[in-house]
Design a binder for this molecule. Structure first.
Ligand SMILES: C[S@@+](CC[C@H](N)C(=O)[O-])C[C@H]1O[C@@H](n2cnc3c(N)ncnc32)[C@H](O)[C@@H]1O
Length: 373
């Protein structure tokens, strides 16, 4: 749809759209859109004005996205799209101006959309301290993406993390928004007895995170300076590693496998390792373009990781996550331990894959003594 990307905007929750200034050959003088609930499902109601005549259509979200995009492209020179986080003004189907929100949240008679684990309007202390929320619980417009990311992460965690006392290590915790979020969900909301350690190489960051945990009274959340590969703490039930660079993710995965951790949540990032390795004559049209090669190598790295986790007893899924900076870094490997045995058939599939691409992945080398011969 040209310059206007509607999907992220609809994900923010479109509360109203008004399309005006019709082009000369448009059949409509104005179109308005609002969310409604029909048969307990979210729809977007389009109201089309043609002179005196008014017609309506209730569309599914994907249909609505396509219809809205087409109307903006073909029929209207101006569109105002309102979400709880922003007002977007689209001019001539291309130029998008983003402003602070002015509309009221959409009132739906029976709003059955999936409830977020953290709700706007309900202050969450760590989000207030980190500046994402105001003290009365309003999400600051410039941090709305972060709020969405934290919520998405918690949904993905909530589905798989067991409800009992847990030891968790977050490798490469950095500024630790998601580590605090994890503690909030499990210890504060769910009342579980959790011991979470955030580990990172950066002393200053670790110091700040430790001070914040202290301010919040989060007694089960600690931060330590250290390298993933050299970490000597006790085994964890859950291993988290989010956006740890390149093969730091592999070091975290190796740790989890050796500990037999129950759950692994890893968002890889900067997967450079295989870039120089991948080789396949038949794939040259793809591999000869630097950017395509880079993306392909990153995907191949994560495919290898997921497959190897499968070999050593995990059910591993690769799921779309929300990343704030680089859309190529938006995959989460979520693995849940299911078996103690190794899967030789899965290893055979891995070997065919690696030989085809001529790769030698860091995780395979790290787990050489554990993998089937
Ligand atoms: C891009 S940041 C991500 C921070 C946080 N997990 C997040 O998702 O927002 C990556 C972090 O991993 C840390 N890191 C990279 N390699 C590491 C290693 N070998 N041991 C410990 N931390 C590491 C870096 O210092 C950095 O803070």
């Amino acid at each position: 749809m040209g310059a206007v990307e509607l999907k992220p905007l609809l994900e923010e929750g479109l509360s109203r759209a008004v399309l005006s200034k019709p082009r000369r050959d448009s059949p409509y003088s104005k179109v308005t859109v609002r969310p409604v609930i029909v048969d307990e499902e979210l729809r977007y109601q389009f109201e089309y004005r043609q002179g005196e005549k008014v017609t309506h259509a209730n569309l599914l979200p994907l249909e609505a996205e396509a219809a809205l995009a087409e109307l903006i492209r073909r029929d209207f020179r101006q569109a105002l799209l309102q979400t709880p986080a922003h007002d977007y003004q689209v001019l001539d189907g291309e130029k998008v101006l983003r402003r602070p929100p002015t509309g009221k949240p959409a009132e739906l008679a029976h709003d059955r959309r999936k409830r977020r684990l953290l709700e706007e309007g309900k202050p969450v202390p760590f989000l207030v301290e980190l500046g994402v929320m105001t003290p009365d619980g309003k999400v600051r417009a410039q941090h709305y993406d972060k709020f969405r990311q934290v919520n998405r992460f918690l949904e993905l965690v909530d589905d798989v993390v067991p409800r009992r006392s847990l030891r968790i290590v977050d490798f490469g915790s950095g500024k630790s928004y998601l580590t605090f979020a994890l503690y909030h969900l499990l210890a504060v909301e769910r009342g579980l007895d959790v011991d979470i350690v955030g580990l990172d190489l950066k002393e200053d960051v670790i110091e700040r995170c430790g001070a914040l945990a202290h301010t919040l009274g989060y007694e089960g959340l600690r931060f330590e300076v250290g390298d993933i590969a050299l970490f000597e703490g006790a085994p964890a039930d859950v291993v988290v590693s989010l956006h740890a660079c390149d093969t730091a993710t592999d070091a975290a995965l190796e740790r989890a496998v050796r500990w037999r951790s129950e759950v692994i949540l890893a968002v890889p990032c900067c997967q450079h390792e295989l870039y120089g390795q991948v080789h396949d004559n038949e794939l040259e049209p793809l591999l000869s373009h630097g950017i395509l090669r880079e993306r392909f190598a990153a995907l191949a790295t994560d495919a290898a990781r997921a497959q190897l986790l499968g070999v050593v007893g995990y059910d591993a899924q690769v799921i779309e996550f929300v990343d704030l900076e680089h859309t190529a870094k938006n995959l989460l490997i979520r693995a849940v331990r299911k078996r103690d045995s190794v899967e030789t058939a899965a290893m055979e599939r891995y070997r065919i894959f690696k030989e085809r691409l001529g790769i030698d992945a860091a995780l395979e080398r790290a787990l050489a003594d554990v993998l089937p011969a």
